[in-house]
Design a protein around this ligand. Structure first.
Ligand code: ADP
Ligand code: ADP
Length: 226
């Protein structure tokens, strides 16, 4: 029933404590917003859920298992998007399916179908053959979102997905996430700075600032005027 669980999770980097004693439960199908000030440990939490950072103390469960056990069931949109700089000449369709090759050849048919279905879902079929280096911020965001959704994951984690896109693009993105969640029953977990975004879109809000300050329904966790 819980897609994410933390039990007394602490993460330290040297003598710096990024997260301390977090215990939480997030039910399957939730739209979770993780909020907190800069340096609060939000990215560290997502990176711990992905298995990229190891707990110093306590534990987390993701999809009922230790982190890193089900990479194919998890889509991730990082805060810093680097496709465009790392592989500027690569066509969008080639970065979509998570195929890792040292020299990308043409896509196999099944990969191509996945890539095009994902682009269609985010309204970006026209971008398929565009080199990633020639995408705008909003287009790059769509491509990252398509990539995160391509394998129809049961969990999508997003680190400040609104960074670098305009208000309209941001609204579209929440709409696409909500539509995917509604049709698939997937869980969405997203870091945001924006309390209103948390209030309007999330079914559950987690407030952290090194420690956990609340985790529950937006109306119970967020104060009236913040
Ligand atoms: P947020 O995402 O809320 O802004 P982060 O999770 O990125 O916060 O960082 C929390 C704290 O942990 C910050 O003080 C940051 O400098 C520190 N930190 C994060 N990652 C590392 C790391 N790999 N090594 C050392 N310190 C880190
Ligand atoms: P439901 O509660 O049936 O899931 P919604 O999906 O419309 O309904 O809303 C999800 C959450 O976001 C609810 O807690 C709701 O109060 C809040 N919310 C949605 N839209 C608004 C809005 N325009 N103003 C204030 N709160 C909103």
């Amino acid at each position: 029933p819980y897609v994410l669980e933390g039990r007394d999770l602490s993460v330290r980097f040297g003598d710096h404590t990024a997260l301390e004693g977090l215990s939480f439960q997030v039910p399957t199908g939730a739209f979770l917003a993780i909020v907190g000030p800069n340096g609060a440990g939000k990215s560290t939490l997502i990176r711990t859920l992905l298995g990229l950072v190891k707990p110093t103390h306590g534990s987390v469960r993701v999809l009922g298992d230790l982190p890193g056990q089900h990479p194919e069931r998890i889509g991730y949109v990082p805060q810093i998007k680097t496709f465009d700089r790392s592989f500027p000449a690569l066509a969008v369709e080639l970065v979509l399916t998570g195929v890792r090759r040292s020299w990308p050849g043409p896509l196999r048919r099944a990969e191509r179908e996945l890539a095009y279905a994902a682009l269609n879902r985010v309204g970006a079929l026209d971008l398929a053959e565009r080199p990633v280096g020639r995408l705008s911020g909003g287009e790059l965001q769509r491509v990252y979102l398509a990539r995160a959704m391509a394998r129809r994951p049961s969990l999508i984690l997003l680190d400040e997905p609104a960074t670098g896109i305009d208000a309209l693009g941001e609204k579209d993105m929440y709409g696409m996430l909500e539509a995917y969640r509604a049709e698939s029953g997937a869980t969405i977990g997203m870091i945001t700075h924006d309390w209103d975004v948390a209030r309007y879109h999330a079914s559950q809000v987690m407030v952290i600032n090194r420690r956990l300050f609340g985790c529950g329904h937006p109306e119970h966790v967020l104060c009236e005027d913040c």
